[in-house]
Design a protein around this ligand. Structure first.
Ligand SMILES: [Zn+2]
Length: 390
């Protein structure tokens, strides 16, 4: 019998701040944490502050020279080495950058340890999901790749099969790269097509190295994909792979930037569909991974309107007390939002698209439809490598 769900949180994670001009405003983390409390979810789970990831842990994924470069930039931001992606427009250096990045990574590693050891049924670190960081460099607002580090720690603890599902609007390139040659880790990423979005990778043909063929799966969705298409693609690809792979642990990344209000990308997904995928991931963990589920945040730049609601749903699902889409948002939170941001907060936990429906892949597909072409490309490239029908 595993323990209650854990919410990983140390207030210090809100120090992950690239500055006032940067879209990744840490107010999104603070507002999410407050909304979780406003719904009383903190009483349904253990709130745990794990220790920051130490150097031996960071080295499970990151190169020594890169860690040194982050530490140098952390002490003297002006000396950031751009050849490591540090001190760039996407990843400006700031004082204390190493420490807060290691703190976020530590929460994901702690989540993985608690779930693996059965101390927690599920664990959520919505400050994590920094999936673009590479073994040897910063990228796309990500310094240390907490998702990769959590998976690497699971392998170190003896896991033989870990599945990673990434539904951020951007390709989960850093995680794919970290385990490109490792058949013990199945990475599945659904994202906007690389033709129209950073990081311009995540083509269906990216399926893993020679000794790990079929261990990477990429669903490259056309710009403009909405709820029905997004859910259709998820259900046409993900459950079959998970059922076949039988992971011992499921790690999922829930970037909220698929949303139609997100300013940095071009999918048109609602909060209601995001919640439906969160529920589906939870169900998959129970069905195939003995309930062992590590859920992470990720991107999301509609920092008031979308991110806090999306990740509060995620926390509620993990806590075993899912919040109804029709729920009204507590007035105390809305007042805090206005005080902190001078923006009006949403009133409900829905975008009014509930219940979301989609057409089942098994019932047939249209080879002339762009969404179906994206699904077909993913299946044709990866499924046969896993012994599955395309
Ligand atoms: Zn993203």
């Amino acid at each position: 019998m595993s323990g209650r769900a854990q919410l990983m949180w140390d207030e210090a994670v809100t120090g992950y701040d690239f500055g006032p001009e940067h879209p990744m405003d840490p107010v999104r983390l603070a507002l999410t944490r407050r909304l979780v409390d406003a719904f009383g979810l903190d009483r349904d789970m253990e709130v745990v502050a794990a220790k920051p990831a130490g150097e031996s842990t960071l080295r499970l994924v990151h190169r020594d020279d890169y860690i040194e470069a982050v530490k140098t930039a952390s002490v003297e931001p002006g000396a950031a080495d751009q050849s490591y992606g540090l001190g760039t427009v996407d990843d400006p250096a700031f004082a204390g950058m190493h420490d807060v990045s290691a703190m976020i990574a530590g929460q994901s590693v702690g989540a993985a340890e608690a779930v693996w050891r059965g101390e927690a049924s599920h664990a959520v670190n919505f400050a994590g999901g920094l999936h673009h960081a590479m073994p040897g460099g910063a990228s796309g607002f990500c310094i240390y790749n907490d998702a990769s580090l959590a998976i690497a720690r699971l392998l170190e603890l003896g896991a033989e099969r870990v599945a990673y599902i990434d539904v951020d609007v951007h390709h989960g390139d850093g995680v794919q790269a970290a385990f490109w040659e490792d058949p013990r880790v199945l990475t599945i990423s659904l994202h906007e097509h690389p033709r129209t979005l950073f990081p311009q990778t995540g083509w269906p043909e990216e399926t893993g190295a020679a000794d790990a063929e079929g261990s990477a799966v990429n669903v490259a969705l056309p710009a403009g994909t909405g709820d029905a298409g997004w859910l259709r693609a998820f259900h046409a690809v993900v459950p079959e792979l998970i059922a076949d792979f039988r992971p011992q642990v499921l790690v999922t990344q829930h970037g909220a930037d698929t949303h139609f209000e997100d300013p940095l990308a071009h999918l048109a997904v609602s909060l209601d569909a995001q919640r439906a995928v969160q529920v589906a991931c939870h169900d998959l963990a129970h069905e195939y991974a003995d309930g062992k589920w590590v859920a992470l945040g990720g991107g999301g730049y509609a920092v008031v309107e979308v991110v806090p609601r999306s990740w509060t749903h995620l926390v509620g699902i993990a806590a075993g007390r899912p919040i109804e889409p029709t729920a009204m948002i507590p007035e105390s939170w809305r007042q805090e939002v206005f005080a902190r941001t001078r923006q009006l907060a949403p009133a409900r936990m829905t975008d009014g698209r509930w219940p979301v429906s989609w057409a089942d892949w098994e019932a047939g597909y249209d080879p002339g439809d762009r969404l179906d072409q994206a699904v077909l490309a993913a299946r044709r490239a990866a499924f046969p490598l896993r012994g599955l029908l395309p």
